[in-house]
Design a protein around this ligand. Structure first.
Ligand SMILES: [Zn+2]
Length: 150
């Protein structure tokens, strides 16, 4: 907002703050006269909306971070199950993820069928999954656990 001059004493004064513009409590520091904020209110609202939109974007970014951190660690189930068993046996795996597990992750698994689960399990390939996929898989694994504990 632009520099202003007091309507009474003509002293230069800082432009009204958002609060001053919206509450019309905009007093000259020199003579104390309450100056008109008309014309500043529209700008104040614009600035306020910009601030709110900025906050909204930051909240969304934070929510994404939270989702990422909660998806950071694979459910213990995936330290035992391989991508192919997840694709075939885990209830609720959507078509797209099923294909990704088979086409992108299974080929990365070491060949030998020993019990080297550390290298063969889906958890070893967690980095190949995006946040949404990790969140979904952890959720499905929890549901699987819940069913098995009945
Ligand atoms: Zn004044």
């Amino acid at each position: 907002m632009a520099w202003r001059y007091c309507e009474d004493c003509k002293t230069g004064m800082d432009p009204p703050t958002l609060r001053q513009a919206l509450t019309e409590e905009y007093d000259c520091p020199q003579c104390g006269s309450n100056n008109d904020t008309l014309g500043s209110t529209a700008e104040a609202f614009n600035e306020l909306i910009d601030m709110l939109e900025g906050m909204q974007n930051r909240i969304e970014a934070l929510e994404l971070k939270v989702a990422e951190s909660s998806s950071g660690r694979p459910n213990p189930l995936f330290e035992v199950w391989t991508a192919d068993s997840v694709a075939e046996c885990l209830t609720g795996v959507p078509e797209e993820l099923y294909s990704k597990l088979w086409n992108e992750i299974v080929p990365l698994q070491p060949e030998n069928q020993g019990d080297n689960y550390n290298e063969r399990c889906l958890a070893a390939f967690w980095a190949y999954l995006d946040t949404d996929e990790r969140v979904l898989l952890n959720k499905l694994a929890e549901e699987e656990d819940a069913r098995n504990n009945i």
